[in-house]
Design a protein. Sequence first.
Length: 107
Amino acid sequence: RPAGFFELERCHGNDVNLSYFGLFPHYIGKGIGFACLSQAILHAWKHDPRYLLVNTCTADHPRALPLYKKAGFVPYRALLEEWSIPSHLDIKIPAQLLDEAQMDNKE
Protein backbone atom coordinates (compact mmCIF):
# COMPACT_ATOMS: atom_id res chain seq x y z
CA ARG A 1 0.00 0.00 0.00
CA PRO A 2 1.24 3.55 -0.62
CA ALA A 3 3.58 4.98 2.01
CA GLY A 4 3.66 8.59 0.86
CA PHE A 5 3.51 11.04 -2.00
CA PHE A 6 5.45 13.67 -3.90
CA GLU A 7 4.71 16.26 -6.54
CA LEU A 8 7.22 17.78 -8.93
CA GLU A 9 6.74 21.14 -10.59
CA ARG A 10 8.73 22.45 -13.51
CA CYS A 11 9.63 26.09 -13.04
CA HIS A 12 11.99 28.73 -14.41
CA GLY A 13 12.93 26.98 -17.59
CA ASN A 14 14.09 23.48 -16.84
CA ASP A 15 14.37 23.72 -13.03
CA VAL A 16 12.28 21.35 -10.93
CA ASN A 17 10.70 22.10 -7.58
CA LEU A 18 9.81 19.26 -5.23
CA SER A 19 6.63 21.07 -4.29
CA TYR A 20 5.08 18.37 -2.10
CA PHE A 21 6.64 15.43 -0.29
CA GLY A 22 5.33 13.50 2.65
CA LEU A 23 4.65 10.19 4.30
CA PHE A 24 1.27 8.98 5.38
CA PRO A 25 0.94 9.09 9.18
CA HIS A 26 1.13 5.31 9.68
CA TYR A 27 4.58 5.27 8.00
CA ILE A 28 6.19 8.17 9.88
CA GLY A 29 8.97 6.96 12.15
CA LYS A 30 9.42 3.64 10.32
CA GLY A 31 12.73 4.61 8.68
CA ILE A 32 11.49 4.81 5.11
CA GLY A 33 11.49 8.59 4.57
CA PHE A 34 14.93 8.64 2.97
CA ALA A 35 14.05 5.83 0.54
CA CYS A 36 10.84 7.61 -0.48
CA LEU A 37 12.62 10.94 -0.89
CA SER A 38 15.32 9.22 -2.96
CA GLN A 39 12.67 7.99 -5.39
CA ALA A 40 11.27 11.51 -5.74
CA ILE A 41 14.77 12.86 -6.42
CA LEU A 42 15.51 10.17 -9.02
CA HIS A 43 12.26 10.95 -10.80
CA ALA A 44 13.01 14.70 -10.73
CA TRP A 45 16.45 14.26 -12.32
CA LYS A 46 14.85 12.43 -15.26
CA HIS A 47 13.66 15.89 -16.39
CA ASP A 48 17.32 17.01 -16.69
CA PRO A 49 16.94 20.17 -14.58
CA ARG A 50 19.72 22.65 -13.87
CA TYR A 51 18.46 22.75 -10.27
CA LEU A 52 16.27 20.65 -8.05
CA LEU A 53 14.67 22.79 -5.37
CA VAL A 54 12.67 22.04 -2.24
CA ASN A 55 11.07 24.38 0.29
CA THR A 56 10.29 23.57 3.88
CA CYS A 57 8.88 25.48 6.82
CA THR A 58 8.21 25.15 10.53
CA ALA A 59 4.78 23.69 9.76
CA ASP A 60 6.48 20.67 8.18
CA HIS A 61 7.52 17.65 10.22
CA PRO A 62 10.48 18.52 12.51
CA ARG A 63 12.63 15.91 10.71
CA ALA A 64 11.94 17.33 7.22
CA LEU A 65 14.94 19.68 7.02
CA PRO A 66 17.45 17.11 8.37
CA LEU A 67 16.10 14.58 5.85
CA TYR A 68 16.48 17.03 2.96
CA LYS A 69 20.05 17.78 4.06
CA LYS A 70 20.83 14.05 4.31
CA ALA A 71 19.61 13.67 0.72
CA GLY A 72 22.05 16.36 -0.44
CA PHE A 73 19.94 19.51 -0.44
CA VAL A 74 21.76 22.60 0.81
CA PRO A 75 19.93 25.49 2.49
CA TYR A 76 20.52 28.70 0.58
CA ARG A 77 17.89 31.08 1.92
CA ALA A 78 15.77 31.52 5.02
CA LEU A 79 12.72 33.77 5.17
CA LEU A 80 10.59 34.85 8.09
CA GLU A 81 6.94 34.81 7.12
CA GLU A 82 4.01 35.24 9.45
CA TRP A 83 0.59 34.12 8.37
CA SER A 84 -2.55 35.00 10.24
CA ILE A 85 -5.23 32.36 10.45
CA PRO A 86 -8.73 33.79 10.75
CA SER A 87 -10.35 32.56 13.97
CA HIS A 88 -13.64 31.81 12.19
CA LEU A 89 -11.89 28.91 10.40
CA ASP A 90 -11.55 27.15 13.78
CA ILE A 91 -8.25 25.55 12.77
CA LYS A 92 -6.28 23.92 15.57
CA ILE A 93 -2.70 25.14 15.31
CA PRO A 94 -0.08 22.51 16.29
CA ALA A 95 1.67 23.34 19.55
CA GLN A 96 5.13 23.44 17.95
CA LEU A 97 3.99 26.38 15.82
CA LEU A 98 2.76 28.50 18.68
CA ASP A 99 5.12 30.79 20.55
CA GLU A 100 4.83 31.21 24.32
CA ALA A 101 2.56 34.26 24.12
CA GLN A 102 0.13 32.46 21.86
CA MET A 103 0.23 29.39 24.11
CA ASP A 104 -0.76 31.56 27.10
CA ASN A 105 -3.71 33.01 25.15
CA LYS A 106 -4.96 29.56 24.13
CA GLU A 107 -5.17 28.23 27.70
